[in-house]
Structures are given as C-alpha cells and as structure tokens.
Design a protein around this ligand. Structure first.
Ligand code: PMP
Length: 306
C-alpha cells in the first residue's frame, strides 16, 4: 500500500504517497486512540461522486469529540480534502480513508502535548468480497469474541482501537472457513459484523439491532430510509442469534461491504440459502443510489469535480 504513486492529504497539504509518513513513536500506533472513516466514491454520470460524505464527516467529528480530540480542521476543510483526494488521484471509483491520530510529540498515557493530525487517502478498491458474494451471500459464524461493552470502550466512536475486537473476530471466522463474523453483545444479543451492521427479514418485517453497542452505520441508515420509502415495517430491537437462524432473509450493510446477503450462520442455512427478494430489492436501490441512477437520492452524492 505504501509504495505507489499518488497523493495523500496530510494535515492540510497534498503530499506524495510514498512520503506520507509518520514516526514509529506515533502515539495512536501505540495505544489506539484515534478515529477514522471508511467512505466510498462511485462512478456516476457527473464523474466520481462521494456517497453520503456529509454524514461520514459528521461521524468523524463525533468520534473525535467522544475521544476528546480537538479537530484542527473544519468539516468544510475535511469535505474538500476528501474530494481532492479522489480528484487529484484521478480516481473514477474510490475507497476513502480519513483518519485522525495523535502525533509523536510525547509517549505514555499521560502525554498531554500531543498534536492531532488528520489524513485522507483514496484508492481504488472495487469489491470488499467476491462479486459472487453479492448474489449468493456469505457464510458467517457467531464469534467467540463479545462485541464491546458500552462502558469498556466508546461504541459510537469509530475508534482505531475498537478494531482489535473486529480483527480477532474476523480472523477467527476466516480460519474456520467462514467469510465474516457475527458478534454478540455482552448479554448475548446480536450486535454486528466485524465491519457491518446486520438486518434480518421475517414475516414481512425488517429487524435490526438497536444501536447500543454497534456503530451508527451510514449504510444502515440508508437501508432504514429505503424501508420507509417502501413502507416496509422496521423494528429496531434486541435480536437473538437463533432468530437469525430462522429468518427468511439476512444481510449485512456497510460502506465497504455495501448490501451483502448472509446465506448461512453457524452452519444453519438462512431462508432459501441465497439472496432473498427483499435483500435483492434493497441492494438494487442501494447500487442505484450510489451510482447516481436514482433521482430521489441524488442529494446523497457529492461530485468531486464540483
Ligand atoms: N459496524 C462497524 C464495526 C463498522 O466498522 C462499520 C463500517 N464503518 C459498520 C458497522 C457500517 O458502517 P457504515 O455503513 O457507516 O460503513
């Protein structure tokens, strides 16, 4: 990733990709206190456009606020940086990674002289999963790792350190022949995937866990918006893992994963064992919206060329 051409926005300037470096004593590298976003730009008729950029930037600022990090840039500056990162790397479609991290001015948990740095990188990352997975669905296992408890870490922040839990769960799932993990909260209820929110469909009702210990997903919100438009009843409530086993359909949502059907959980086939009709409908609406093919949702797109 580091050895390639291109430009990365770092602390207010575009720097050559290979020179966008930080010291080994970078505080966030040691203790994980930092926050980031995962954002996508899609190819549209108006050129590359970033999907729901404002919402991502708002969440980045909320994360920084929760972690008590003072943002050295405004939201407008961050939005302009994201557009520039796509535009100046000549990308048609892109994954964007804004990150806020503490510098190397001091070490130790008590360091109080740390500078807050901000970077935005953008690169081409077409599909998080195999293209077939979008149609056939993926195999998931319930993780042996519990999702964060709300008073152990801050679940509303997309904090760097929170992802140790995600990586342990994902690596365990992959090692056992699955493609993703489903994490339960500390009381045993369904929380989310390693980097996705979850929905199940049962008897015409869409269910998704409350946001207690999961991230306020922007794709999750997009699906809730679609459900409202389609008059599909939605229940945000506690869900058990066996409710997922007996669901008619289940899918994950996330900026990277997009709308991803789940065909199996813990060896139990869900519904027909492939993408269900509602998942297909919502997935289609999602792809239309992100690609600028849905006039009703065009306000969610920001063209990087203005
Ligand atoms: N949960 C976790 C833990 C995540 O990392 C992500 C990805 N940001 C999501 C849910 C989905 O969020 P979004 O739809 O905003 O990408």
């Amino acid at each position: 990733m580091a050895d390639r051409d291109g430009l990365i926005w770092l602390d207010g300037e575009m720097v050559p990709w290979r020179e966008a470096k930080t010291h080994v004593l970078t505080h966030t590298l040691h203790y994980g206190l930092g926050c980031f976003e995962g954002v996508r730009a899609y190819s549209t008729e108006k050129g590359a456009a970033i999907f729901r950029m404002k919402e991502h930037t708002d969440r980045l600022f909320r994360s920084a606020h929760i972690l008590n990090m003072t943002m050295p840039f405004s939201k407008d500056e961050l939005n302009a940086a994201q557009c520039a990162a796509v535009r100046e790397n000549n990308l048609d479609e892109a994954y964007l990674r804004p990150m806020v991290f503490l510098g190397s001015e001091g070490m130790g948990l008590r360091a109080d002289n740390l500078k807050v740095h901000v970077m935005v990188a953008a690169w081409s990352w077409p599909s998080y999963m195999s293209p077939e997975a979008k149609e056939l669905g993926i195999k998931v296992r319930t993780s042996s790792y519990t999702r964060h408890h709300v008073n152990i870490t801050m679940c509303k922040a997309k904090a760097n350190g929170n992802y140790i839990n995600s990586m342990l769960a994902l690596n365990e799932a992959i090692a056992s022949g699955c493609e993703e993990a489903l994490l339960l909260d500390n009381e045993g209820y369904v929380a989310e995937g390693s980097g996705e929110n979850i929905f199940i469909m049962r008897d015409g009702i869409l269910h998704t866990p409350e946001l207690t210990s999961c991230l306020e997903g922007i794709t999750r919100q997009t699906i809730l918006d679609f459900a409202r438009e389609l008059n599909i009843p939605v229940k945000e409530r506690r869900i058990t893992r066996d409710e997922v086993y007996v669901a008619d359909e289940a899918f994950f949502t996330g900026t990277a994963a997009e709308v991803l059907p789940i065909r199996e959980l813990d060896g139990r086939v869900i519904g027909a064992g492939k993408r269900g009709p509602l998942t297909e409908k919502l997935q289609g609406m999602y792809f239309d919206a992100v690609k600028g093919k849905s006039a009703a949702h065009s306000h969610w797109l920001t063209a990087v060329n203005g």
